[in-house]
Design a protein around this ligand. Structure first.
Ligand code: CDP
Length: 224
């Protein structure tokens, strides 16, 4: 089967909008594969932090990104054979990921790796440019967002669950800065595409957001 016939649901949106949780739950429900593209950028950031190559040239950084030894197994994320699932979730790692993600050679280095996740029976993926750049032929594109305040609260809860202390005001400021950087960058900026449906989850539960995505997907399927 041609890869392009394998259905992709692309969920893009700003930091801490909950798109990862929704994307994963939709993937589970449909029995599809799931790609958290932000994790790839965070893995590049972690590798940079570990190896101190942040002073290296963009060429060196993109070669490193292309050759990263990573694996996603049963909900765990591995870098060089070591589980780093929680380690990549720190704010520091997220901020560095967002800075590195602004460079085209680093994004290009990760493109094929992301496309390789497109396998039968289908893929649900989340990020910033899944519908615009990586899977432009996705059958369903969603722009999932929520107010910055609600996102700061969600990020706070998420970190608390992992035993990481955080201050809501600092998180809100970080989210606003990240929105600014992700949406204003010249390459693959975070934007709602004309073909993406808007899903504002400010006052929705995960299960309500999941239902909205599934009903859109069923409607798309019924049409095809
Ligand atoms: O968890 P959060 O939504 O804050 O971020 P993430 O999805 O884990 O991604 C971390 C950073 O990687 C983001 O701030 C983006 O700058 C970058 N990223 C990107 O540029 N393109 C993607 N497809 C995914 C993430």
């Amino acid at each position: 089967m041609d890869t392009f016939q394998i259905p992709v649901i692309a969920i893009d949106g700003p930091s801490a909008s909950g798109k990862g949780t929704v994307a994963q739950s939709v993937a589970d429900k449909l029995g599809f594969h799931y790609l958290d593209s932000g994790a790839l950028y965070r893995l590049v950031a972690l590798k940079v932090m570990q190896s101190g190559t942040d002073t290296g040239s963009l060429d060196q950084l993109s070669a490193m990104a292309k050759n990263l030894d990573i694996a996603f197994i049963n909900g765990q994320i591995y870098l060089d054979g070591t589980a780093v699932t929680d380690l990549i979730r720190t704010e520091h790692c997220g901020i560095l990921a967002s800075q590195l993600a602004a460079h085209l050679p680093i994004r290009t280095a990760l493109t094929e790796r992301q496309r390789a996740f497109r396998r039968l029976p289908g893929l649900v993926t989340d990020g910033r440019d899944m519908g615009s750049v990586i899977f432009p032929d996705a059958v369903l594109k969603i722009f999932l967002t929520a107010s910055a305040e609600v996102r700061a609260q969600r990020r706070h809860n998420q970190l608390k669950e992992k035993g990481i202390d955080a201050n809501i005001a600092v998180l809100l400021q970080d989210i606003q800065q990240r929105d600014e950087r992700d949406s204003k960058r010249s390459i693959a900026p975070l934007q709602r595409g004309a073909d993406a449906r808007l899903l504002d989850t400010t006052s929705l539960t995960v299960s309500q957001a999941q239902d909205a995505v599934l009903s859109w997907y069923n409607a798309v399927n019924a049409r095809n």
